[in-house]
Design a protein around this ligand. Sequence first.
Ligand code: SAH
Ligand code: SF4
Ligand code: F3S
Length: 493
Amino acid sequence: MEKIDITKQVEWAQKVAKINEGKNLKYAIYTMGCQLNENDSEKLCGMMETMNYCKTEKIEEADLVVFNTCCVRENAEDKLFGKLGEIKKFKETKGTIIAIGGCMMQEKHIVEKLKQSYPFVDIIFGTHTLHKFAEDIYQILINRKRIEDILDIDGEVIEGLPIKREDSVKASVTIMNGCNNFCTYCIVPYVRGRERSRSPRDILDEIQELSKQGYKEIMLLGQNVNSYLRSEKEKGIPFENNLLSKPSVSCQQGYTRSNSESEYEGVNSFATLLRAINEIEGIERIRFISPHPKDFTDDVIEAIRDCDKVCKFVHLPLQSGSTQVLNKMNRKYTKEQYLQLVEKMKQTIPNLTLSTDIIVGFPGETEEDFTDTLDVVKQVGFEQVYMFIYSKRVGTPGAQMPNQVPEATKHERFDRLKRLVESKIAQQNQTYVGTTQKVLIEGKSKNNENMLTGRTDSNKVVVLEGSEELIGQVVPVTIVSEHMWYLKGRKEV
Ligand code: SAH
Ligand code: SF4
Ligand code: F3S
């Protein structure tokens, strides 16, 4: 676990802060994609704040606009190019600095297109160079010359970047980066590099600190969380291999130096990490995404059962219910193995609920294959299903496969799956009415200022009346009615 020395970055940030002092400069940020990207954006925001930029939601006010991009499906590209067209006028009228980073920037053909058709973009940075954002900004302020800061090699573990979090009750903590699985439809391993895990101590220290700040729920993030530390063990990398092996200290400007220690607090796997976080006082709930079914070992199942703070709600990506399609997807489990795993989990963990991801229209998917997917959905009874239409990604094996499914068939299957999922969710929602749920109150409802919103252990949104003081508390709530995407509740007195 080689860690990057960010001392130089602290200096760049200080220099930029000095240049910007007293100018009342603002930044706007657009984040696409998954929660890992959102967590990266919180770090970008942290860096920009230390450089004397303040956040604005209004793009026309911004002196610096950042896009943190995703490329998991094609529609993200259209979105980015559309937005860029919109902000070109701000560049022309007030010289707004435009920076684009994230997964899409690791795709060569996209960077080429940007350079040719959108030459007004100032900074292009990739997923392995996020920590150098202060340096990129400094260079652009001084030289006004376009910067392309993208690395092809796998990034290392970066610790100590400042962070400005979106929420005050729930916090995301990235525990690993990258992916080694190479599912044949997926671009992520190409743009995020190989798996590398943060050290147990750095993670536990971060969560201790979050607890002190009053955070109640921790969402552990990674592309394959249940293989946490596996790459390091396979490569024989000691958990301690650090450039900055000093105890955690605050540097100026919000950047901190990282800790390092081997096998801290007995953590040497995902299961032991869950157990260690469960001991942290003040934290009430622990969630994680995404685990891979093939790595769902018994020790993880037992840790979920034993740890009172770990939600009894697991996101278990299925992708397809057909063994033949799963095989072509390189998922390394069969329909039967998935169902057996669900059965074992349900038997071991009382009141377990599940959600999943499903792709329809993978190359070669027949009507029979699709029926298998519907069958698994019927059998498992997911609380939530995230459904995607297969999208060809340049450079992935799936894009080269024969028998690509026609668009019309993909859409027709998607609609059938959606109907089934919605009817199952409606049935499931019924079972909540009249029950009392423990709800973590997250804040005011976005649609109605006078209402509060929170979530059950099973991640269902609950809307209820109550005073603001309840925000951040877990309270018993009786569910009075159900709606497709939320439940209405009444706080028990
Ligand atoms: N690492 C996670 C999620 C990665 S991306 C996991 O393995 O579950 C999130 C979801 O996007 C995937 O689970 C998959 O359902 C979907 N997805 C990925 N590539 C896709 C593609 N090319 N077309 C459509 N959906 C895709
Ligand atoms: Fe993509 Fe598969 Fe890795 Fe998930 S596990 S990020 S779907 S390659
Ligand atoms: Fe998208 Fe990158 Fe996440 S491709 S889904 S933002 S890891």
